[in-house]
Design a protein around this ligand. Structure first.
Ligand code: TXA
Ligand code: MG
Length: 354
């Protein structure tokens, strides 16, 4: 459980947030992963507003944030023992469970899918807000569609032109989005990797002697989780992934030769295309992946705002393991170009068919 004493929500802020939500509005909510842009599940106009404010297409489903297992169970119809064990082990925390939806979940939230993602975030203010609302809050990450996720209240404020009320502004402790796990009769599938890793999930289920199997994504006929869109999380300035030992002149020469490969629009989202390759900004992250995840989006934002032509990130051989894989999931989607020298090692859970 989280520590109540260090996360006392400011009462007045919560009161204001509730009022906005009650009047079909949206508010920025802190979570341990990234900030969300929330509306009440029982306010269709508020839910529509999320898509409008984010400029998010309606085919992209939202995560329902709950304050308890009991509340999660209201919105789904296929809760099972695996869900109970995982929720007890990881909630509140960075794990979203994708299950069959119930009638209580509106179609706009799931983009018409029969499944819904639910999670209990680890933030005292947000949990208290959901408790007081008495209803789940649907929330995607509080960034414009296709752009980097916000990890502070200030990021949320700078993201949208019309100003969005933010519940509290503290920095997100984890820094990358939750693990999205599909739980179905066929088995478990990680739709989006995060800090709750496949091996942590395996460990918890084995400890409880629960039989399960991994069902690999590529066996599915279609990919319906739009977090898997090829490009996502884009910073304001193009990001290039480069090799550990590439020199700056080598990097620039490569980019000049491949300038035409840098896209300028992806799914209708404009992506900055560098006019020149003079000013480079290196994104440097700590070697410890937990710290790297925490600093990732903030670092990307800062680099994008530094006035440089492009950002580059060095992929190092020491960056391996499941948490680095989760970071690389974002890095590769945020990147406009990946140099052949950038050797990314993806680690799959042991139970996955290879
Ligand atoms: O950590 C997080 O998950 C943050 C905080 C705010 O909770 N939220 C977040 O939301 O990252 P968003 O909308 O940026 O990403 C939600 C992801 C997307 O990849 C979406 O496609 C997937 O969850 N998702 C939601 N509902 C789904 C469903 N029914 N089936 C498959 N994927 C789903
Ligand atoms: Mg997002």
């Amino acid at each position: 459980m989280w520590n109540e004493s260090i996360l006392q929500p400011a009462n007045e802020n919560l009161r204001q947030a509730l009022e906005i939500l009650d009047h079909d509005g949206v508010v920025g909510i802190p979570t341990e992963t990234v900030y969300g842009l929330a509306a009440r599940l029982d306010r269709p106009k508020g839910l529509e507003k999320i898509f409008a404010v984010k400029q998010r297409p309606f085919f992209d489903p939202l995560i329902v944030h709950v304050e308890s297992i009991a509340m999660a169970q209201k919105y789904v119809s296929s809760w099972n023992e695996i869900c109970t064990v995982l929720a007890e082990a990881f909630w509140p925390g960075p794990l979203s469970l994708v299950l069959e939806k119930s009638m209580a979940t509106p179609d706009i939230v799931t983009a018409g899918l029969t499944t819904v993602a639910v999670r209990m975030p680890k933030s005292g203010s947000t949990l208290e807000l959901i408790r007081r609302a008495g209803v789940g809050l649907a929330a995607p990450s509080a960034n414009r569609f296709g752009k980097s996720s916000p990890t502070t209240g200030a990021h949320v404020l700078s993201e949208f032109d019309n100003g969005v009320f933010v519940v509290d502004g503290s920095a997100a402790e984890i820094g990358i989005e939750s693990t999205v796990l599909r739980v179905s009769e066929k088995g478990l599938t990680i739709l989006r990797p995060g800090l709750v890793t496949a091996s942590a999930i395996e460990r918890v289920l084995r400890q409880k002697n629960i039989l399960f199997s991994w069902f690999e994504l590529s066996q599915r006929p279609t990919v319906e989780s739009p977090g898997q869109l090829k490009h996502h999380y884009m910073p304001a300035v193009p990001l290039m992934l480069v090799g550990e030992f590439d020199s700056l002149p080598e990097i620039k020469a490569y980019l000049r030769a491949h300038a035409d490969d840098i896209p300028n629009e992806i799914y209708g989202v404009a992506v900055a295309r560098p006019q020149s390759f003079e000013n480079a900004q290196e994104l440097v992250l700590p070697g410890d992946p937990i710290l790297a995840a925490r600093e990732f989006y903030g670092g990307l934002r800062k680099s994008g705002e530094s006035g440089s032509d492009f950002i580059f990130f060095r992929v190092r051989s020491t960056m391996s393991g499941e948490i680095w894989s989760a970071i690389f999931d974002r890095l590769t989607k945020a990147a406009s170009l990946i140099l052949p020298t950038a050797q990314i090692v993806q680690s799959a859970p042991s139970g996955y068919p290879s």
